[in-house]
Write a protein that binds this ligand. Structure first.
Ligand SMILES: *[C@@H]1O[C@H](CO)[C@@H](O)[C@H](O)[C@H]1NC(C)=O
Ligand SMILES: *[C@@H]1O[C@H](CO)[C@@H](O)[C@H](O)[C@H]1NC(C)=O
Length: 465
């Protein structure tokens, strides 16, 4: 009895080695499996694997907890005392949606709740003292960032850096939006001068940190120093791979293709690449798999399978929205359809997210958990109650397509951003550089005429850090 065990003891060094090999092998298999889970764009991967996928950039358990589903009805403005009882001007979408030149009073009356994040950032910087030139000098201008100023209502570029063509186009689009908001303003010349830095990168942490007063496309709830700006897609999203056009043109296209509610397919549609945010996107795919109401598929751009135009999304009653590695700019396109948007609790805030209402009479989308565990529970009742679904879709169109995502609203937002940032900006904005003996910035009008190559790493003078 003892002998065999003795002989086993004698084999011990060998067994240990085998054990090590085995553990090493297991680790390798695990690493390959997780790599595969994260990077695969296949329709199905084993649930065990989806459990293993790390949450990565999206900490899936947390979500944005900014409180503002009441913005539509109870915004910062309606709390303020109402001044002069001037005859009340009202926003009428048919007449005003494309008017980029609404006055301050009209902007305020037309879009209650739109300026929440600007007010938040202004309050934050006021509590920190104020903003001065030195605050900007401390911010390195990385790829995807621009330093610019507005002086007497004219826009000038101090420095701009683009890593590639995609960056460059986004930068030109953002500058053009700013310029458009300025030229439409009849009080342009009397604007307060400001200098600022913006980024066209998806995430704050990609290029800077949230302690800097940079204008960005999206922020998480903890990123308090940054200011939200509307995304460049309102001007146009024409990347080398994907040419969508100006946002209002997409909306017109969608409107032309939209069909009556009763004719829409009673299903939830989603097309996308799971590998952009595997944990989130796979959770949606798994929650909708084999459900009669699910039409959720992965897109393969190389093989061109499952690609669906924006207009075709509108043929469905329900459209799912999922964040990618940061915010997803596609929300506003989905909101152009007269359909019900189904989104998980969002982690990244964009300038118009404050207007999303998840319940009550103004409900304009359906909110589910980040693991989509309550997706069936929220969708299924609506399949038997089309009127409720139609009401939510109607609210979404009225709120977003016809009001807060119009050109008028975009221009109002930009000017409110200039104004409120100007309220805490406490430095002069010289147009002349004594060091370089030339203008400190290049006017927007000249900047867009430069050849592309020059825009990639641009400095108006040598004296900029
Ligand atoms: C703005 O700058 C002036 C002069 O440097 C200073 O006296 C004033 O206190 C500053 N205001 C704020 C709000 O920091
Ligand atoms: C939604 O809007 C359409 C078109 O304006 C209207 O006919 C319909 O009655 C509305 N439905 C609900 C439930 O609000």
């Amino acid at each position: 009895m003892t002998l065999p065990s003795c002989s086993r003891w004698r084999r011990r060094p060998g067994s240990l080695l085998y054990l090590l090999y085995f553990v090493g092998f297991l680790i390798c298999v695990c690493i390959i499996a997780i790599w595969y889970g994260v990077n695969s764009d296949r329709d199905y991967i084993h649930p065990l694997l989806t459990q293993l996928i790390p949450a990565g950039h999206c900490a899936c358990q947390t979500s944005t907890t900014f409180q503002c589903s009441s913005c539509l009805t109870c915004s910062e403005q309606s709390l303020a005392p109402q001044p002069s009882p001037t005859p009340k001007w009202e926003f009428t979408s048919d007449r005003d949606a494309n008017n980029q030149g609404l006055s301050r009073v009209q902007c305020k009356a037309a879009f209650p709740g739109l300026y929440e994040d600007i007010v938040r950032a202004e309050t934050f910087w006021r509590s920190q003292g104020a903003l001065v030139t030195e605050d900007l000098d401390r911010v390195p201008v990385e790829f995807g960032m621009v330093r610019a100023f507005i002086s007497r209502g004219e826009l000038s570029v101090v420095a701009a850096r683009a890593r590639q063509e995609d960056h460059r186009r986004k930068i030109v689009a953002a500058l053009s939006s700013i310029h458009r908001a300025l030229v439409a303003d009849s009080d342009r010349a009397s604007r307060r001068d400001i200098e600022f830095i913006f980024s066209v990168e998806d995430k704050v942490e990609d290029v800077t940190n949230a302690g800097h007063p940079v204008w960005v496309l999206a922020r998480s709830a903890e990123e308090q120093g940054v200011w939200l700006m509307p995304d460049f897609g309102f001007w146009a999203w024409d990347s080398p791979l994907n040419s969508l056009g100006p946002f209002d043109q997409v909306v017109e296209r969608v409107k032309r293709a939209d069909i009556p509610w009763a004719e829409k397919t009673p299903q939830l549609v989603w097309r996308g690449k799971p590998s952009f945010a595997p944990k989130l996107r796979r959770a949606l795919m798994d929650a909708a798999r084999d459900k009669p109401w699910g039409d959720v598929k992965q897109v393969d751009w190389l093989e061109r399978t499952n690609i669906m135009s924006m207009e075709d999304h509108c043929r469905y009653m329900f459209i799912a929205h999922v964040e990618g590695r940061s915010y997803s700019a596609s929300l506003k396109y989905r909101q152009a359809c007269n359909s019900v948007i189904v989104a998980h609790k969002l982690q990244y805030i964009q300038h118009h997210h404050y207007l999303l209402v998840p319940d009550g009479p103004h409900q304009n989308y359906i909110e589910v958990e980040r693991d989509f565990s309550d997706l069936s529970r929220k969708i299924e009742p609506l399949l038997n109650d089309p009127a409720t679904g139609q009401r939510i879709a109607n609210n979404s169109v009225r709120t977003f397509r016809e009001r807060y995502l119009t050109k008028a609203a975009e221009a109002c937002y930009w000017r409110q951003l200039f104004d409120r940032y100007g309220n805490v900006w406490n430095s002069s904005v010289p147009i002349w550089s004594d060091v370089s003996q030339r203008e400190r910035g290049l006017r927007y009008e000249s900047f867009i005429l430069m050849d592309s190559q020059t825009m990639f790493d641009f400095r108006a003078t040598d004296s900029i850090t």
